[in-house]
Ligand binder design. Structure first.
Ligand SMILES: *Cc1c(COP(=O)(O)O)cnc(C)c1O
Length: 377
């Protein structure tokens, strides 16, 4: 939501052009809420959600660890003050020379989901800890992560066994229940799978120590979402149910849930028009669209709250589109967005809940539009 600090910043600085403003106080509160909700889990902030140096510095100072997907992200986390011991290379798809570079930087924790990747890690980062990602069905998530990452639990057993054989530390199992996951029972299903891998390997004398429970913690967009506390309780009961008194070390990797609600995008209405005189749906074109940072509106998956100064007026359905000359640059059309009838060209609109997955998704210069500017206050 637009905090008073964000509103004050926008009214005094009056930045021209679309921009994201992130309130660090909200990030701080989110970090504390995760710590309280899951006091026994280590927090690895998923850097890709928003790698602004101010955010990384704040979280590093608060003791956060970092889930990184590339050498560049790992270096950003280190520049922000995180030691290599608090960084995981969580991408299951890595070039061998990047693994070697991460190893040189001191990183010793790597994600894998197949024996081919284990071979690379064993060569380029000998003796490191690896965790194997298992597939989840992504059921209940508004931004599911598909079958791209992870393997079935039975294969995870082979992968970790192979890791041990090659001298790596078979450390644990990871999963991601899908981003913007509002179904509290999603972690229960995934933890059941993780336990299966633990149990099978234990029979062979390979004792896993860690479960990486990934991200998925939601941000409030138009609908209410359960609080961090509710997630904490559901996850803790699932851990108890599957692991009894031998709960392993756990990690969570919140991205969206850490920064989503801390940011607001200020945008401007460039054009309002119709396709025919008798159309009752207006087309509203903003100065930001799918290529300016709102990529998660793809398939209308994420529906952001949009605030205008005229929200007390009568609203009618609008198609909402971006400013580029690409026909895919339409945010909401299948389900039109209600906007005030009095909305006028030149009006400012605030797009809330945009602290995560916006600057990182913004194109460099599509049609000459500059990448999404960001202010972290
Ligand atoms: C993107 C990602 C996350 C963060 O997911 P959110 O749903 O934004 O919390 C966590 N872990 C991994 C491995 C990821 O790729």
């Amino acid at each position: 939501m637009a905090t008073q600090r964000i509103l004050d910043f926008l009214s005094t600085r009056r930045p021209s052009g679309p921009c994201l403003v992130v309130d660090l106080d909200v990030v701080r509160d989110n970090f504390v809420a995760f710590e309280k909700a899951l006091p026994d889990s280590k927090i690895y902030y998923a850097v890709k959600a928003n790698p602004a140096p101010e955010i990384l510095r704040l979280l590093a100072a608060m003791g956060s660890s970092f889930d990184t997907a590339s050498v560049a992200e790992a270096e950003m986390a280190m520049d922000a003050g995180a030691p290599a011991s608090r960084i995981s290379f969580g991408n299951t798809i890595k070039k061998e020379r990047d693994i070697a570079r991460a190893y040189e930087l001191g990183i010793r924790l790597f994600a894998v989901d197949c024996v081919e990747e284990v071979e690379k890690v064993a060569r380029a980062a000998p003796g490191s800890q690896v965790f194997c990602r298992v597939l989840t069905d992504g059921e209940g998530a508004e931004w599911p992560l598909s079958r791209k990452f992870g393997c079935v639990p039975a294969m995870a057993v082979d992968v970790l066994r192979h890791a041990r054989k090659l001298g790596l530390d078979a450390h644990g199992v990871s999963f991601h229940v899908g981003s913007q996951q509002c179904d509290l029972s999603a972690w229960d299903r995934a933890l059941g799978d993780a336990k299966q891998v633990f149990a099978t390997l234990a029979e062979e004398g390979i004792v896993l120590k860690m479960v990486n429970m990934g991200g998925g913690f939601p941000t409030r967009y138009l609908r209410d979402v359960p609080a961090a506390q509710a997630y904490g309780q559901a996850i803790f009961s699932a851990l108890r149910k599957h692991f009894g008194n031998r709960i392993p070390e756990t990690i969570i990797e919140p991205g969206r849930g850490m920064v989503g609600n801390a940011g607001v995008i200020k945008s401007e209405v460039v054009l309002i028009s119709k396709k025919a005189d008798n159309d009752n749906v207006r087309w509203v074109y903003l100065d930001i669209g799918k290529f300016g940072g709102l990529a998660e509106t793809m398939d209308e998956a994420i529906r952001y709250p949009i605030v205008t100064a005229r929200d007390a007026d009568e609203k009618t359905p609008c198609v909402l589109a971006g400013p580029t000359c690409d026909s895919a640059d339409v945010m909401y059309e299948k389900t039109p967005y209600p906007l005030p009838l009095s909305l006028t060209i030149g009006d400012e609109v605030l797009i809330e809940g945009t602290g995560a997955y916006t600057t990182t998704y913004s194109a460099v210069a599509f049609n000459g539009f500059e990448p999404l500017r960001s202010y972290v206050i």
